[in-house]
Design a protein around this ligand. Structure first.
Ligand code: DQA
Length: 138
């Protein structure tokens, strides 16, 4: 059974309440439950933190045993050399995902410290971005 982690960064705990016109009305927990049901043949894990170092610790923890990580690093995408280096340092492939199309938004969202070290990037498909990333690991 494949082991996949969905790793969410800052402010993504507010999904469903945060800027619903950009990020939608569903909480991530609701979405994650439906994903787990749909893909019951995958050992799917979920972790969220607003703290950069905790995201790095998690990447170190799973990065030598899991088959894939689906990472929405939120605003850290655009700032964190540390998360970028952590991805480079582990074996597990990481896919960068975003709910919104970051390239259609403010200029500061066009930079990613994740993308150069990621297997690929999926951005702009709402919560479906996570499912598309998951399918790519199957
Ligand atoms: C986001 C896009 C980021 O620019 C932003 O800081 C987020 C969410 C997205 O999923 O669209 O927090 O990663």
């Amino acid at each position: 059974m494949k082991k996949i982690l969905i790793l969410n960064g800052p402010n993504l705990n507010l999904l469903g309440r945060r800027e619903p016109s950009v990020y939608g009305n569903l909480t991530f927990e609701e979405f994650f439950d439906s994903l787990k049901n749909k893909y019951s043949d995958i050992d799917l894990h979920y972790f969220q933190s607003n703290i950069e170092g905790e995201l790095i610790d998690k990447l170190h923890e799973v990065g030598f045993s899991f088959d894939g990580v689906i990472l929405n690093a939120g605003a850290y995408t655009h700032t964190s050399i540390g998360i970028g280096d952590a991805i480079k340092g582990v074996d597990t492939p990481v896919i960068e995902v975003h709910i919104s199309n970051v390239h259609a938004r403010e200029e500061f969202r066009h930079t990613s410290y994740i993308a150069p070290n990621a297997k690929g990037v999926i951005s702009g498909f709402g919560l479906q971005s996570y499912e598309l990333a998951l399918k790519s690991f199957l």
